[in-house]
Write a protein that binds this ligand. Structure first.
Ligand code: UDP
Ligand code: MG
Length: 320
């Protein structure tokens, strides 16, 4: 669709919007959130669907969603267990039929008020419009430092452009949805995939809101896991750097052994030398274990991929 068409299409309220919302233990938020969301969608278009993906909630989230009025146009996908937000979003994208999809959190942290700007930017011709957090003030300092470090590494060792502060709050054109659906990989790092696929994109600044109810499920361990997935799925540098390290160490070893040979021939052997031996053994042992560990990270991921297991298992579907 050309740019002029997009504007007209928006104004005539004909655009088919899919809103994709992953929910996990959000019983306190769903009623209010979906009510607000559908009010907004109704005001901008005549055709929409809300795809709620229940990521194995253990509270009354599913029951509350099913009980919502039919004219909210909610389609529910209930996973058989918790598969994680990345997989929930993947399922949403695979099941949506809109011309555009909007990905949102159910905890009100992504402001609905900013969606008209997203739609306008789409009409201007951008295929991907994403929210860029103005600040991370409501996160702990450790988490902030960790994030900063992660983005620094990612931008240094991968070729993809990964803006810090951009998350899953996005509007995607059908072209982008189809591109994302063509990825077969199971260990998913959505932020990396958005960067990898390209397309015309535009950032929109927004203030992160406080979570209305419930609490964030992203503990340190989960974030660390996501960070390792991100790095290992988009860069092979950690894997290849060891060849270089090995080369440098060999060069030093060669120089040292020549020096040692000459020294021994000229002056004979003096026995003391325990510290240097122990340092060399420990240093090399450490480096070898580290490199094997990193090798293991990649092999573990290959292992997950070759098993070809389904990405998720759906327990219930409602509204389709
Ligand atoms: N979520 C999910 N599966 C999970 C964790 C979270 O579907 O395993 C959903 C959650 O219900 C919310 C969104 O993903 O709609 C963002 O989660 P959260 O607010 O916990 O993350 P944060 O905002 O702290 O990054
Ligand atoms: Mg949140």
């Amino acid at each position: 669709m050309t740019e002029i068409n997009r504007h007209q299409h928006l104004q005539q309220k004909n655009i088919f919007i899919s809103c994709i919302v992953p929910v996990y233990n959000e019983e306190m938020n769903v009623q209010h959130f979906f009510e607000r969301l559908q009010t907004f969608l109704r005001s901008v278009t005549n055709q929409f669907e809300i795809i709620a993906i229940d990521d194995g909630s253990r509270d009354a989230t599913i029951e509350k969603i099913i009980a919502l009025p039919k004219d909210y146009h909610i389609k529910l996908i209930g996973f058989s267990r918790n598969f994680g937000k990345e997989i929930a979003l993947t399922a949403g994208l695979e099941h949506c039929s809109g011309e555009i999809a909007i990905l949102m959190d159910a905890d009100f942290q992504h402001p609905i008020e900013i969606l008209p700007t997203f739609l306008n930017e789409w009409a201007e011709g951008y295929d991907m419009v994403y929210g860029l957090r103005k600040n991370r003030d409501n996160e702990s300092r450790v988490k902030r430092q960790f994030a900063k470090c992660f983005y620094w590494i990612m931008n240094k060792i991968t070729k993809i452009d990964l803006p810090s502060g951009a998350g899953d709050f996005r509007l995607l054109d059908r072209k982008v949805i189809n591109a994302l659906n063509s990825f077969q990989e199971r260990t998913r790092f959505m932020k990396g995939l958005y960067g990898w696929i390209g397309f015309k994109r535009k950032a929109v600044l927004y203030d992160v809101q406080q979570r209305v109810a419930g609490k964030s499920r992203w503990g340190f361990r989960k974030l660390l896991e996501l960070a390792i997935t991100g790095i290992t799925s988009f860069s092979d540098i950690p894997l290849r750097v060891w060849g270089f390290v090995g080369f440098i160490i060999s060069v030093f070893a060669l120089i040292y052994s020549i020096y040692f040979l000459v020294y021994t021939l000229m002056y004979g052997i003096d026995l003391p030398g325990f510290p240097s031996i122990i340092i060399a053994v420990m240093f090399l042992g450490g480096i070898q274990l580290l490199s094997i560990g990193i090798l293991g990270e990649y092999i573990a991921r290959i292992f997950t991929e070759v098993k070809q297991r389904p990405k998720y298992i759906i327990q219930i579907k409602d509204g389709f």
